[in-house]
Design a protein around this ligand. Structure first.
Ligand code: AMP
Ligand code: ZN
Length: 664
């Protein structure tokens, strides 16, 4: 088989497996086999850029960065939906419909997925555009990011029309959302509040590789085109499935409003069994001809109606407000409740967020409170039943000292959270920092778990993560549940962590706001911990994607005497505090200060490699041409609009060869 045919076949196979895995949820090969094939394709594509395909399955991993999302007009306006809340609302709606159309009316009942609306445009079976709803007339072009969502087909199958739009909802399934939050907590950051906002926020991330990591999903419900190859909404859903889209199978046909209500009532109860959140049901007149006759009001179709579920609430008694201290010292107030059933689970605790929230709702111990559960990990208190408040109830006085170490709390200008500033002496902070240091994505110390850290700290054997490197087997053996063998493993695990690369060590240090990605950026930019420690706020902010919040936090970390000592100790034990020579060997400053835009198809190197070369040589890659662009590296088929823009701004356009000469 020649290479071109081989590339085509791999793409075809990967598309099919992708479809089976992400759309049908019925994989037929192992993840390992899938990754092997993907790697093979990646390699072939890199060696043969002439077979570039903007919709290759290899693009699912992202990598392109969008600085500004372009505003584009929708081909078909994206309307909102009218809402109904009761049987009567639906019956009134049916009466209005019957006045406007003749004959029997059937309804499609669908779930109302709670996410961010999305319009996808397909031409000749290929995804060409993905646009947010915006104001309904125009939205933001988020194609690069949406391409990374595995259940969005990049290439359709079957008898699809040549050109159409399809509408759907980008959602974050609950399980994936919970996992993202676990990771957030590991990084010492506030958890995301709910899946919907997190899904829509994800679409506007600049780095598509970041989007690719998020477990987003896309559920489709409506096809728009000048001429459609079906007559009813229900058939449309089936067609969309046939073409490779993910269309949930819960949709049902109803002959009348009673059948619609049966669907509504069923899902009001069973919605908690779904892997994602819904906030109601959408009812649509099934016949497209009838839809046409009914048309639209200024805001919404007359042929569709949303039925919104009431948010589930429970009433409980707030016994006590307690306060938790996180590893960064952040204080979180927690409501300890009389156990109560809510949305299928027993709730005993609810989040009170911060002091302002408690004051705003005037929440007091002993109050009868309303508890709601949205997508949050723990439910929240949304109000107080003041009629139940006892006469001698006292307003809540927020704590002023740390519940763990008694240090007076501080609250920074503009921040909602209180902090315990006793970083060096506050037990949950000490333990939390070491637990973070050893965690999987940080130093990944085998043989050492979170509970052992607590034991080690409580027995006075360690007080910060540098102390780990002085532990001896003899010190560890006497501890609870320790034996010769496990102690040996622990010491070996610590020893092995000295090989962990600098970027992960930097993440492990637990600098506030320095998560995995930021740590990578900083490690790459500064190369050694000493250079990073010397950087000023202004210098840090000048680094791509580093904002003032991060910069302030980094400077504060290195200003601390205690941290300086810890770092010197880590150095003396041989922990990696600079980028290794092997990685450095390929890096130069030749392109420092220059911003490049890459466009078109290349021959000597792939686009990804080209971008890496720019960055490795100190240059910056940007997605769009502006006054700040220094060079456009143009391959074959460079976009005409880019060309015009570069010419009008006087930005030099260089070829691949010219670029490669620059870094020779
Ligand atoms: P609203 O934002 O409350 O006006 O509700 C309208 C939105 O519901 C639409 O813009 C869609 O994003 C969303 N939606 C979710 N599921 C569906 C569905 N099955 N059919 C139509 N719209 C839906
Ligand atoms: Zn404290």
């Amino acid at each position: 088989m020649n290479t071109e045919a081989q590339i085509h076949q791999l793409r075809e196979e990967l598309r099919e497996h992708n479809y089976k895995y992400y759309v049908l949820d019925q994989p037929t090969i192992s993840d390992f086999e899938f990754d092997q094939k993907l790697k093979q394709l990646q390699q072939l594509e890199a060696e043969h850029p002439e077979f570039y395909d903007a919709n290759s399955p290899t693009l699912r991993v992202g990598g392109e960065v969008t600085k500004n999302f372009e505003t584009v007009a929708h081909r078909f306006r994206m309307y909102s939906l009218d809402n109904s809340y009761s049987k009567e609302d639906l019956e009134d709606w049916e009466k209005r419909i019957k006045k406007l159309v003749d004959g029997a009316v059937e309804y499609t009942c669908e779930l109302k997925y709670d996410g961010a609306s999305m319009s996808l445009t397909y031409e000749h079976g290929k995804l060409v555009k993905a646009v947010t709803r915006g104001d309904g007339v125009q939205g933001d072009d988020v194609t690069t990011n949406v391409k990374t969502i595995r259940s969005v087909p990049l290439q359709l199958k079957g008898d699809y029309p040549d050109s159409f739009d399809i509408r759907g909802e980008i959602i974050l399934p609950l399980e994936g959302f919970a996992k993202m939050n676990e990771e957030r907590l590991e990084e010492g950051e506030e958890p995301y509040r709910n899946p919907r906002n997190t899904a829509s926020g994800s679409l506007k991330l600049q780095d598509s590789a970041e989007v690719a990591k998020r477990p987003l999903d896309c559920l489709l419900y409506s096809i728009k085109a000048n001429r459609l190859p079906f007559d009813t909404q229900f058939e449309g859903l089936q067609k969309a499935r046939d073409w490779g889209f993910k269309v949930p199978s819960e949709a049902k046909l109803a002959k009348n409003i009673d059948e619609v209500l049966a669907f509504v009532n069923y899902w009001d109860v069973h919605r908690h069994d779904l892997p994602y959140e819904i906030d109601g049901v959408v009812v649509k007149v099934n016949n497209l001809q009838q839809q046409d006759e009914l048309g639209y009001t200024a805001k919404a179709p007359r042929w569709a109606m949303a039925y919104k579920f009431k948010a589930e609430q429970a009433v409980s008694v707030l016994h006590k407000i307690t306060y938790q201290v996180g590893r960064t010292g952040a204080i979180t107030p927690v409501a300890n409740l009389e156990p109560v059933e809510l949305a299928g689970t027993i709730v005993k605790r609810a989040s009170l967020h911060n002091a302002d929230q408690i004051a705003k709702l005037d929440i007091r111990e002993g109050d009868t409170v309303f508890v709601e559960k949205g997508g949050e990990i723990i439910p929240k208190i949304v109000g107080v039943d003041f009629t139940q408040r006892s006469k001698d109830s006292e307003p809540t006085v927020y704590i002023s000292a740390c519940p763990e170490c008694d240090t007076p709390l501080i609250r920074k200008e503009g921040e909602a959270q209180h902090y315990c500033p006793n970083t060096e002496g506050c037990p949950p902070q000490i333990i939390g920092r070491i637990q973070h240091f050893i965690s999987r994505k940080a130093m990944d110390i085998e043989g050492l778990g979170g509970e052992t850290v607590t034991l080690l700290v409580n027995n006075g054997l360690i007080n910060n993560y540098a102390d780990l490197y002085e532990l001896t087997k003899e010190q560890v053996i006497p501890l609870e549940r320790m034996a010769e063998k496990s102690a040996e493993n622990l010491i070996q695990g610590i020893e092995a962590s000295k090989q962990i690369p600098f970027e992960r060590v930097l993440f492990a240090l637990g600098i506030r706001y320095v998560g995995e990605t930021v740590a990578k950026k900083l490690a790459k930019h500064y190369k050694t911990i000493d250079r990073l420690a010397e950087a000023s706020e202004e210098q840090l902010v000048a680094v791509d994607e580093i904002g003032t919040k991060i910069a302030e936090s980094v400077v504060a970390f290195f200003a601390s005497e205690a941290n300086k000592i810890t770092i010197e100790r880590l150095k003396s034990y041989g922990v990696q505090l600079e980028i290794s020579a092997a990685v450095l060997a390929n890096q130069t400053d030749k392109l420092a200060g220059n911003t490049f835009v890459v466009s078109g198809v290349f021959h000597q190197v792939s686009r990804t490699e080209l971008k890496k070369l720019i960055e490795d040589n100190g240059g910056k890659v940007s997605g769009s041409i502006s006054g700040k662009t220094h060079y456009v590296v143009a391959g074959d088929n460079m976009g005409p609009s880019k060309k015009t823009k570069a010419e009008s701004l006087g930005v030099p356009i260089i070829s691949e060869m010219e670029f490669l000469e620059m870094i020779q």
